[in-house]
Design a protein around this ligand. Sequence first.
Ligand code: 8DG
Length: 138
Amino acid sequence: MISTTNEVRQVTCAIIIDNGKILAALRSRQMSESWKWEFPGGKIDDGETAEECIKREITEELALNISITERLTSVIHTYPSKTIELIPFICTINGGTLHVVEHEKVSWFEPEKLKSLNWAEADLRIIDKVIEKVQVKV
Ligand SMILES: Nc1nc2c([nH]c(=O)n2[C@H]2C[C@H](O)[C@@H](COP(=O)(O)OP(=O)(O)OP(=O)(O)O)O2)c(=O)[nH]1
């Protein structure tokens, strides 16, 4: 199949809350949107639900098992070369030991520190809602 640049790619991301802090991940030189912060996650595979996708991605990227607390409203964002639908989930850790597989690094931030990061553009569109939600849950 010829891939088209105007198809919307569905991408899930996890806002992982632990001990009152939220995990953010810095995209590496090898990744698109390099050196931007994001919530870990990735593209939905064929035949996979968004919930299955985020659990799989977090196991692959961070070696953590997560539980989903809440699915937030998604945003559609167009980059110069692609359009994504970013589907955020508030999550908690259910098991595993954090191991950073793909990202440059990950860090834990208090909710009020999140706004100061250099986020991927799509994340800038969800960050206010994320902060509002996590401040209730931490
Ligand atoms: N995982 C994740 N991806 C995000 C976020 N915000 C955001 O714009 N993205 C973008 C970056 C990527 O283009 C895409 C996720 O793709 P991916 O991480 O599974 O794979 P990739 O780097 O190979 O993606 P790409 O180069 O094909 O665009 O969504 C976010 O918070 N989390």
